[in-house]
Design a protein around this ligand. Structure first.
Ligand SMILES: [Zn+2]
Length: 262
């Protein structure tokens, strides 16, 4: 019988967590060891004063103890947009990874929104700003960032296919505006007064508001335009890298849901 409140030594805790790490469910580890599920779960999330090794066995929404999705799917959808728009995941020497999202100093509200999304997706983790020239690198260390963003891979995002997994597509379908907002925030802009385009050597001046989205990855541009299609926003491929939203009704929809950068 599981015994609540019993003190277990560190080796016992470690062996139970090892079983969980090997893929056994909390139920089966509890059955095998006689330790309550509550105790095992507490060891998974407790940070101090357990050694570093136990911190690394903390749960992950995707892989531990059971496959799942992040609790805050709206925040995840926004963060996925930010990551695909202007983020990267890099390995850290100690077996962890860091997620970095570049946010311009000009938009402190976006830096805060980015930090809030990271915190919502990973409440038990830390997030901090690495200040660079003109922008902040919003950064969070975690060994499970690649679980949440399986698009992580070698090389640049536009040099490899970017395809959402079914669980990600479900979240994007449920929180499509959040996804578009995440993509637009780093990589898009709203031209409020005028802009020019040169076609066949002739520069023309446009004086109506429009949204621009720019990304060198064709896959990411397609994820953006698929989302716009779902939302009923009309768009045009302006040139090789740029998508434009210029129809009055579509600009109004974007204004209502994206809002201005601040
Ligand atoms: Zn994981």
């Amino acid at each position: 019988m599981p015994m609540l409140g019993r003190m277990y030594d560190i080796a016992t805790r470690q062996s139970a967590l090892d079983l969980v790490a090997q893929g056994h469910s909390l139920n089966s580890v509890s059955k095998q060891t006689g330790i309550s599920r509550a105790a095992i779960r507490a060891w998974q999330v407790r940070i101090e004063p357990l050694p570093r090794m136990l911190i690394d066995l903390a749960p992950c929404p995707r892989c531990r103890p059971e496959p799942g999705t992040p609790d805050d799917t709206a925040a995840y959808s926004y963060l996925l947009g930010l990551y695909l728009g202007d983020g990267c995941i890099s390995p850290h020497p100690r077996g962890s990874f860091y997620l970095r999202i570049a946010c311009a100093d000009a938009w402190p509200g976006l830096i805060e929104a980015c930090r809030a999304a990271i915190t919502a997706v990973r409440p038990e983790g830390g997030v901090y700003n690495l200040q660079k020239q003109g922008y902040a690198m919003v950064t969070s260390y975690w060994r499970h960032w690649p679980c949440l963003f399986p698009q992580h891979g070698a090389g640049r995002k536009h040099e490899r296919p970017i395809i959402l997994e079914p669980w990600q597509q479900e979240i994007v379908d449920a929180h499509t505006w959040e996804f578009v907002r995440g993509l637009i925030h780093p990589d898009g802009c709203r031209a409020t007064n005028w802009t020019t385009r040169t076609i066949g050597g002739e520069t023309r001046r446009y004086e109506y508001p429009r949204y621009w989205f720019s990304n060198v990855s064709g896959d990411i541009r397609r994820l953006f335009t698929d989302a716009l299609d779902r939302l009923g926003v009309e768009w045009k491929q302006a040139n090789a890298r740029n998508i434009s939203v210029a129809r009055r009704a579509s600009v109004a929809l974007m204004d209502a849901h994206i809002g201005s950068k601040h």
